[in-house]
Design a protein around this ligand. Sequence first.
Ligand SMILES: [Zn+2]
Length: 331
Amino acid sequence: MSNASHLTLDLNAPCMSTGHLVVAKGADCEALSLPVFCLNKGEGPRLLITGGNHGNELEGPIVSRRLVEWLPEAQTCGRVIIVPEINPLAVQAWTRNTPVDGKNLNREFPGRADGSVTERIADAVSRLLVPMADTVFDLHSFGPQWEFPPSVVTHPIANAALMAKTVKMAEAFKFPMTLIWEHDDTPGMFDTFVHNQGKVFICAELGGGAVGSEVLSIYEAGVRNALIALGLIEEEAECPTFRQRKSSQTFETLLSDRLKSPAPGIFEPRCSVLDEVKPGDLIGVLHPMESLSAGSIDIRAPAGSVVCAVKSARYMEVDEAVAMLARPLER
Ligand SMILES: [Zn+2]
């Protein structure tokens, strides 16, 4: 057996196969074996679904496992490859970054075959899986610190045709929110690597906070809707119900829409995601804790907008993001 990263299954084999993506061992850790599911039903779209890129976002691995159960009955054409956790070290540690080298897998693409373990994972995924797909769904969530609605997020892409295709694919999930997110930290992202090859990359942000059964059903319904839109399964798409509402809207958020903590202290949220706010409406309160003579500080909406993310109550350093606002996308 080769010492280099490799697959133990043939992704071109007909019907269903399971095996592993083996990530080569290095100086910092032994080889990793990432379970891979592949279902080949001939001609059609070629889709790669990954979860567990960040180890404290467990919605993706759970929805991926559910998908593996019902897809063999439902898929009618094309090929779907599913890797429920691409960073098992981070998942086991319930950390965003890989504990062995401290790196964020989603900033290490396309990785390095002779790098540290996070770079070796990125390299194996980039070289052995991405070339086998035309579309990639990477299933994230906003993690335990944020309240966030089930969403698909995309960063602005310079290639206008690819941007239009990506937004159309994102909206096909029919999640409560599709978000065009201006971001200042995109080098090394899985998104950027796949976009640079002209392929559609979907970053599903499957909510935030606690992982409960109701939201998991919404996430699974959204992924099912996307598979229907791709033509991989023949069913009726349905808009999932989120907080008594069956609606899905596309928003845009800019760097300037991030509200930050004005001082160190405990942040208390005073709004919920998808709330519409007017200029001056209260978003949250920051409570300095060193002295009770220092008053609490109101954090207010600077403009009319919709709340797309709000931090759970916790201790904040100064300038930490506490909320993100957005506006309906104008087209
Ligand atoms: Zn993530």
